[in-house]
Design a protein around this ligand. Structure first.
Ligand SMILES: Cc1cc2nc3c(=O)[nH]c(=O)nc-3n(C[C@H](O)[C@H](O)[C@H](O)COP(=O)(O)OP(=O)(O)OC[C@H]3O[C@@H](n4cnc5c(N)ncnc54)[C@H](O)[C@@H]3O)c2cc1C
Length: 380
């Protein structure tokens, strides 16, 4: 196994880091406490050609690989979990499936505006009654005339109220089990019957919208079916393999951001006449943070690189997601501890990273579900 960052990888990472430090870091706490989705940041990311990093140039992207995309996601997470989450949902969940499974016409119509940053996308699998057991969905699509009519409710959908296109999973054959699920592209502006019924207040990631969607007799023409009828579940598994690399990268970024805040504080703050970083207990916390981050980063890059070269990454992406998300929670919690009382205040970022990190253990399959997948992949 050999992977390395090329000069192009490093160049993209460094320019995104500069953008993050200059444009996002100064507003990261503010957008979070206001619960404001920062559309202007995504416009700027579009101008930097970052909204379609792993999408072909012919469809508005820059033709980068999954590793390059992971680097960008990590950098965004290092300053703002919210922006990183909305970005990851846009690229790996809402754009990549159209590139992988769409026709040329669908890519021209739906992928190009996503990848070029004209608008954001969303991807809707989860429902009020089905999360971990996602295939047990109630949303149905019924054939009618030259198209389909969609009915149902989708829950916790990132970007659903700011998206220009939403990928919807629905049952087309209730008797066919996994083979009875299909994928549709819905236009929230043009398609009657699509409404956002709830925008959730959350314990973190409040600058990234998380919505409930109602689909009431939403008619879509035949050309909105992504891939063939009945392929929706197989597509979902492929999409989630990629999505877990995103969450792993985002987790590494969140952990890195929390670590940097803790380290900077620890070398400045003095108690008992010396910087607190000189106390073994505080130094050891920082050392363990670094160890966990480096380990999670290696697993994440390994999974991303595997995806880049076309390996089956089901086990690798679950391992990376499980490890990195748990590392992010532990590192961010310790970062709060290093800052003591100030760490518990909104004046400092570790508490934000801590709240954001928790979602990483839940979204795109909980830690319990990752263990289930890894166990299955190990033949256990
Ligand atoms: C901020 C946010 C953004 C999200 N974005 C999206 C999105 O863009 N699109 C989308 O489709 N979904 C999205 N989700 C949904 C997310 O993927 C689900 O919440 C997640 O998969 C868990 O499903 P659930 O909430 O129904 O929990 P449940 O499945 O009800 O799980 C509850 C608990 O039971 C445990 N559990 C369940 N089954 C098992 C089992 N077999 N073995 C052991 N333990 C088990 C779980 O691990 C968990 O601890 C988002 C969620 C949040 C909070």
């Amino acid at each position: 196994m050999e992977f390395r960052l090329s000069s192009e990888h490093r160049m993209i990472r460094d320019s995104v880091r500069q953008f993050c430090d200059e444009e996002i870091a100064p507003i990261a706490d503010e957008i979070e406490s206001e619960g404001r989705f920062p559309g202007e940041v995504f416009d700027a990311l579009g101008e930097l050609d970052m909204m379609g990093v792993p999408i072909a140039e012919s469809y508005g992207g820059i033709g980068g690989d999954t590793l390059m995309y992971a680097l960008v996601t990590e950098e965004l997470g290092r300053v703002s979990g919210s922006i990183g989450l909305s970005y990851a949902a846009h690229v790996s969940l809402a754009s990549k499936p159209i590139e992988k499974f769409g026709t040329t016409e669908q890519k021209e119509r739906w992928l190009t505006p996503l990848a070029s940053g004209e608008y954001l996308g969303a991807w809707a699998l989860t429902e009020p009654g089905s999360g971990s057991d996602a295939s047990d969905m109630d949303t149905i699509a019924t054939a009618e005339g030259d198209g389909w009519v969609l009915n149902g409710t989708k829950q916790f959908i990132t970007n659903a109220n700011v998206a220009g296109s939403v990928i919807i999973k629905a049952v087309t054959d209730p008797d066919a089990g996994y083979d009875g699920i299909s994928t549709f592209i819905v236009d929230p502006e043009e398609d009657d019957g699509y409404t956002v019924s709830v925008e959730w207040d959350k314990m973190g990631l409040n600058a990234s919208p998380t919505c409930e969607i109602q689909l009431d007799d939403v008619y879509v023409p035949e050309d909105r079916l992504l891939g063939n009828e009945g392929e929706g579940w197989d597509q979902t598994k492929v999409t989630l393999d990629g999505g877990r690399v995103s969450i792993a990268a985002l987790s590494v970024g969140i952990a890195q951001g929390a670590f940097e805040a803790a380290k900077a504080y620890a070398v400045e703050r003095e108690q008992f006449g010396r910087p607190i970083s000189r106390f073994d207990a505080v130094r050891d916390m920082l050392v363990d943070m670094e160890r966990k981050i480096q380990r999670a980063r290696l697993l994440t890059y390994r999974a991303a690189w595997g995806d880049s070269i076309g390996e089956d990454i089901t086990k690798l992406s679950s391992l990376a997601k499980l490890d990195a998300s748990e590392a992010a929670v532990e590192v961010a919690e310790d970062a709060v501890q290093v800052l003591g009382g100030y760490g518990y205040t909104e004046g400092y970022s570790p508490q934000r990273f801590f709240r954001d990190a928790k979602l990483m253990e839940i979204g795109e399959g909980t830690s319990e579900i990752q263990r289930l997948i890894i166990g299955r992949e190990l033949g256990l």
